[in-house]
Design a protein around this ligand. Structure first.
Ligand code: BGC
Length: 766
């Protein structure tokens, strides 16, 4: 502790900061002064730092430390350890647990010259140990409060083990179900994606970053990563300025406005420039136009990858490009720690660039309160009582129920009767206690999720039999390894068919293995993997009374199932409490209200497919002609559109009314609609408003989501739901290269999905 107090007292004297509210001065003042004091304190530390120490702040290392100390890895650990002791490390990732975090923090604070604390980052994507639904599933809830709460729970659990930074939320928009990382995002739409990104940031960061239950959020991957060609991870991204500004950037901009403290750049190139070395994105847009004053971390090794991209000739050159482009912290490339000092001395990188980056990182450390108490996240008692607590489980169960989407329910097959039924449960995923944890599952252990079978078995009134039918995969799927899908073994089919024959209802749980989506998990085929489709058809022949429960991390092309199976429930990968949530929905103890955040295609050839498409010059239908924009062997329409999802209640929309036929300038207009629950079951409906801009200085989408509201409706109840439309809402990035509202005619659609047909119109005059 000695050194820490040495520098703090020097710093305080140097800037005569005695009126600050921090613990150094032991005084309380108003928040506005706190802000100033942070800037002054950052400056005072910068004044004391050598160039090497400043560059050190810009260096992030992956965990080389476990309870006993450094873990040697080809001499790497020893070198990292040396760097740490010199104060050449600003942050660590993948070190978890109070013991390890504390041991490392102790070195940073007590053994380095200036004692600057470390930030500890980790991918808390959907939970640390108690796992909530994969983010795409959470997005299907369209429930911003629930999503915020889910992030807050994850933050609390993570903060209890010493962490103070999550690399989440991923706010990449993606229209391509082949891309494995769609499971990490909020789907295809920039409006919904922005709202959800903000909810997650608010959940992680709370209202006070110094609170030991909150952690830094990170908006990633900046930018364009979700537009990898053919959905192949890390592939080239080549989009025009309109798509960049109107589709890709809005969630990042919203994140900045919501006060996200960190950003992560991405592996991809964008229009020929790798994101890590992309000045237009990082300096001009993010730090310039948006005035972001947090810091940018590179993605894992992405600085070094600029060599493979053919953009940098070696790692030193890559470090120069990245620093000048505005990438503040280097995750695991060692480009900065090895070369940045020399680059500054050679005049290739200005000292101001390093000062600016170090300042941003130090500022964040102050905001977390780490200088006042570097061990604030290191309370072993809190770790024990928080991780895996009852409150965590209740929280993820609530989120899991809200994430389920009912896709089909012919003849009200669901909910199931609670007694007197023989139920055959079929499918390996029904008895899988690991796959529901999905990808990026924190430290949760295999086998810790509640399986569908276990969830169903809690309801005692029915007679349940289980048959696997077929494995989805062979062997044990391990993170980072190719999953070997079973494409040959059908030896369990006969037993499954026999069980189905004896049953009143068959519940088939099919889909993807937990690690089948996520980073590096792109798929060229997006149907049911392995022999599951054949199993489904074989069982269907024996007993068509099937409820298909899907477990997956991306939209799947399940056209045959949609045509033949009477009830389909999209249950994604719902995390630790998965089976309980699914059972409660199947039995009607929870009425589903989820809506798809991503379009489901009929076949992979339609991908990318998304609701806010352009009309093209030949929208059709073409009648007898083939010369219109269509496929000769597949419909243009999706299997299930964006925003779609059923309920055990039935909702009817009527009486769309506009408060006026036009508005101008800063005025506004209101559109309202009546929504009636025509069923005997209380339920919730996500009412969605879409707007179409008829003519634009650049072509406009056929419609765009511009508002949504979740309403609870008792049986037979009617509510009027209204939305306000103002010029902000109809702004877009125009041919003038700026965000503005253009005068003209607009259509409004309101309904329960992007297929909404109730229509109104208005004119905007500016
Ligand atoms: C991913 C990031 C992640 C990082 C650290 C990278 O491979 O692209 O999203 O945060 O690893 O684990």
């Amino acid at each position: 502790m000695k050194k820490r107090f040495l520098y703090t007292s020097v710093a305080i004297t140097a800037i005569a900061l005695l009126s600050s509210n921090d613990s150094f001065a032991q005084k309380k003042t108003k928040p506005v002064i706190k802000r100033n004091s942070i800037e002054q304190r950052v400056d005072s530390i910068l004044n004391l730092m050598t160039l090497e120490e400043k560059v050190g702040q810009m260096n992030q290392y992956n965990g080389f430390w476990e309870v006993t100390g450094p873990v040697p890895k080809d001499g790497q650990a020893a070198k990292k350890y040396e760097h740490l002791k010199k104060g050449w490390v600003g942050s660590m990732l993948n070190v978890v647990g109070v013991k390890d975090v504390k041991a490392l923090q102790k070195i940073a604070v007590e053994e380095t010259r200036l004692g600057i604390p470390l930030i500890f980052g980790y991918d808390v994507i959907h939970g640390y140990q108690t796992i909530s639904p994969v983010p795409l599933a959470e997005a299907a809830s369209w429930d911003l409060e629930a999503i915020k709460k889910s992030a807050a729970i994850a933050a609390e659990e993570a903060a209890a083990v010493g962490l103070n930074w999550t690399f989440a939320p991923m706010v990449d928009i993606s229209r391509d179900a082949r891309w494995g990382r769609v499971m990490e995002g909020a789907g295809e739409d920039p409006f919904l994606g922005s709202k959800i990104g903000v909810a997650r940031i608010q959940g992680f960061q709370g209202t006070d970053l110094t609170d030991h239950k909150t952690i830094l959020a990170c908006a990633k991957h900046f930018a364009g990563y979700g537009f990898a060609e053919s959905g192949r991870d890390y592939n080239t991204v080549d989009v025009g300025l309109s798509t960049l500004h109107n589709v890709i950037l809005p969630p990042f901009k919203a994140a900045t406005k919501a006060g996200v403290r960190t950003f992560m750049n991405s592996f991809n190139e964008l229009d020929g420039i790798p994101a890590t070395g992309n000045k237009y994105l990082q300096r001009d847009i993010l730090k310039g136009e948006w005035k972001f004053n947090g810091f940018m971390v590179s993605d894992w090794g992405s600085m070094g990858e600029m060599i493979a991209h053919g953009y940098a000739k070696d790692i030193k050159h890559a470090a120069e490009l990245a620093a000048n482009a505005g990438s503040d912290m280097d995750m695991e490339s060692s480009g900065y720690v090895e070369h940045l000092v020399a680059l500054v001395k050679e005049g290739k990188v200005k000292l101001e660039v390093v000062d600016d980056a170090a300042r941003r990182i130090l500022r964040t450390k102050f905001e977390l309160g780490l200088f006042d108490d570097p061990y604030k996240y290191c309370d072993e008692k809190r770790e024990k009582t928080t991780v895996g607590s009852k409150a965590m489980h209740e929280g993820v169960l609530d989120m899991a129920k809200k994430s389920i989407v009912l896709l089909k329910n012919q003849n009200d097959l669901l909910p199931l009767k609670k007694s007197g039924q023989k139920i055959a449960v079929i499918g390996a995923l029904a008895n899988d206690k690991s796959s529901p944890l999905g990808g990026w599952r924190g430290v949760s252990k295999d086998g810790t999720a509640v399986s569908v079978l276990e969830g169903l078995q809690k309801y005692k009134g029915n007679q349940i039999t289980y048959e696997k039918g077929a494995d989805v995969y062979t062997g044990t799927p391990v993170f980072g390894l190719e999953i070997k899908i079973n494409t040959t073994d059908k030896s369990g089919f006969d037993k499954a068919v026999e069980a189905a024959k004896k049953a009143d209802v068959v519940i088939m749980v099919l889909g993807e293995v937990g690690f089948q989506s996520g980073e590096g998990r792109s798929r060229a085929k997006i149907d049911l993997p392995g022999v599951q489709q054949e199993l489904l058809e074989a069982v269907y022949k024996a007993n068509p009374n099937i409820v298909l429960v899907l477990n997956n991390g991306r939209p799947l092309a399940i056209t045959w199932a949609d045509e033949n199976i009477p009830a389909i429930l999209e249950a994604w990968q719902l995390g630790t409490e998965s089976g309980n949530a699914i059972a409660q929905v199947l039995y009607g103890d929870y009425n589903p209200s989820g809506k798809l955040p991503m379009t489901f295609p009929r076949s992979v050839g339609q991908v990318p497919i998304y609701y806010n498409q352009k009309t093209t010059g030949r929208p059709g239908p073409g009648g007898e002609s083939v010369f219109w924009s269509h496929f000769t062997d597949e419909k243009n329409t999706p299997l299930y559109p964006f925003g779609y999802g059923l309920s055990y209640s039935k909702f009817e929309y009527s009486n769309l009314k506009m408060s006026a036929s036009s508005f101008s300038g800063n005025g506004k207009i209101t559109v309202s609609v009546n929504v009636k629950n025509t069923s005997k079951v209380d339920g919730k409906e996500v009412v969605q408003m879409y707007i179409k801009d008829e003519i634009g200085s650049i072509t406009r989408p056929v419609k765009e989501l511009k508002g949504f509201e979740m309403v609870s409706l008792k049986a037979n109840e009617t509510k009027t739901v209204s939305f306000t439309i103002d010029s902000k809402l109809i702004e877009f990035y125009t041919a003038n290269s700026k965000w503005e509202a253009e005068a003209g005619d607009f259509k409004v659609f309101i309904g329960g999905s992007s297929d909404a047909t109730l229509e109104g119109k208005f004119e905007y005059k500016n």
